[in-house]
Design a protein around this ligand. Sequence first.
Ligand SMILES: [Zn+2]
Ligand SMILES: [Zn+2]
Length: 253
Amino acid sequence: MRIASLGSGSRGNGTLVEDESTCILVDLGFTLKETLRRLSRLGRSPRDIDAVIVTHEHGDHINGVAPFARKFSTPVYMTPGTYDPKRQGIIPSLHKINCHRNFRIGGIGIEPVPVPHDAKEPCQFLLSSGGIKVGILTDLGHITPYVELQYQSCDVLLLECNHDPGMLEVGPYPYPLKMRIGGMHGHLSNEQAAKLIEKVDLGRLRHLVITHISEKNNQRELVRKALEPVLRNWTGESCIADQEEGFAWIEVV
Ligand SMILES: [Zn+2]
Ligand SMILES: [Zn+2]
């Protein structure tokens, strides 16, 4: 399997996951023009995308989905709560998924995992092919026992390290927004992410990609500092996805 990112953060997200026969785009928070530019940077054209799967209805994950799907007739998968016809308009090939039931697109098996986030029916995804499992986990306020169980055994983990609680507290956001982000249905802090890493099977994990970093309430150095103790004996590779560049193709064999 291969994975790459069009960009990651509160100004837009989009992750490509593909095997030899199928290419899936997880979330699309960019304009059509910006999406095409970012896809071509990764050597892909819109027609290469077999489906878009959507985690939740926040703009940074969904704003680009309907325009893309209408222009290129791409099938879209999301929970019923995520689809709002008034906001998104018609999506020609829309599949409403049950977030408690696994499904398959081409060669890739997909396990949705419901998460605690302030959206209508949010879920994150585990994608598998040929014995490789990729876990995507962003936009959740805390790690539930079910999330911990489902993300136990990944070969690749894309994990949100949204904020440093100290920076969030003294940062520029208005008080209600600070409460939202740091709350039970907001976003994971560096420390919360580190606690999950402590629990997963690090013997199996080969790539860790830090995602959805806040530009105002976090710094790469603080992320590294928070994760360093739990990754001390780990021999895999890690990187940090960014808002402008995402990350380039990672090949997992
Ligand atoms: Zn988000
Ligand atoms: Zn969100």
